[in-house]
Design a protein. Sequence first.
Length: 165
Amino acid sequence: MRFFAITSVVLALALFAILFGCTQGVENFSLNEAFAVKEGAVYQNLSAGLSVKVISFADSRCPKNVLCVWAGEQGINLLVSAPNFEDTNVYLGETTKVSQTIDFKGDALGFTLVSINVDNNTAEIKVTLTPRDQVACTMDAKMCPDGSAVGRVPPLCNFSPCPGE
């Protein structure tokens, strides 16, 4: 009988370790505030219904004692998810794409790389959500082949398509 009790306790502890010890919890983040992230972790903002997973870190820096044409950069790959939203990959690099904005249900969802250290797979990012009616685009215009002009439209401030496109 004693053997059965000890075995039950050991099995229960092992099951607990498997279920909770090997998975990383979901951490909450606030919009418009920088927060630390690490590889494999998932971060959520409940008010926006938004989830950001850190997929991987990238390091294309030039190795020591090697002559390179480009110095390279450190970067981070993110996967952005939400209900009724197609999962979207976002890459932030320390020189090529320090910030990126995507269309998030008609609003502008911005990502900014604040700092990164691929040697220990950590970074600090900032996520902002700007409602479509608060996005201001520049007033430049694109000339279309038919001679008409189109302007930029929120939330990403891309040019409207030309007639016939």
